[in-house]
Design a protein. Sequence first.
Length: 319
Amino acid sequence: MPAFHIQRSQTIDADTRDVYDAVRDYSTWTRWSPWLQVDPDAEVTVSGPSNELGATYHWKGELVGEGSMTHRELQAPQSRSANSSVQADLAFIKPFKSQSKVEFEIHPVMTDGRPGSKITWHMRGKLPWFLFWMRSMMETFVGMDYERGLLMFKQFVETGEVLSKLEVKGVVNEPDRMIIGQRGGCTMDDIGCHMTETLERVKPHYNADDERVHEWASLYHTTSDLRKRWFDYTAGYLADAGTPVPEGCVADTVPAGKFLLVRHVGDYAHLGNAWSGGIQYIRYKKLKMAKAIGCEVYRNDPETTDIKDLITDVYIALK
């Protein structure tokens, strides 16, 4: 059977004891799980003391399937700046049966000149022989899930909350939409700061008093490549047809068609939750994605809106 090993890491501005205590406590997992957001009605059951050896976390839902994790080994840090680890047995029941080993390694590091932690999330296992073709795709997409989960876990440990909520609005039909802005390309790791810089360059051209000009938005092009972690995009503002295009900007079109609309409320850093959750929904509902990727529309102003209240509508193109 084809073996796999997936791992992702994140630094956290907290000592290893706090990180260890949070990740070993299954009662916290519903706050930062990268899979539950799109399936809020999923049943989650924690048996036994949630942070002790033998504790089990069981989930069952329409979109997330069914499975469980059980603490197999807990290595507590001997001081607030010592190494620690959490090991668990992972059993998937639906959509197919498989077993894997999960481990969280926690090491002390310096973060911005202060003592902090680095947490690495591992999963090791073997796929059923008839799913050998899924290994590469699984490593890509589960890896991205781990990145999203660790980013939410980081925010949870550092602030006590996770600023990310999803609402699947359903399939909508949209006309052609024009985005005036600038094109850019970057890796997934740099998308936040890179797109912010692009929008800052477009901002001097934005005229809020022009009735033809609407919300800020970003269009992702088909030349983006998730497996290579690369995005090509146009970032700017929606505008009516015929709106003049300022010098230094381009006009790109979001083609008319069907889209799955997913609304994200909260920190832009967690927008990946809307895309991943939407794709999860598309697979479950047996919808088909179009070659075109889609776009994001930012419904309120980040300069005057609390981060927890930022609204972004994500449109994923469908056939």
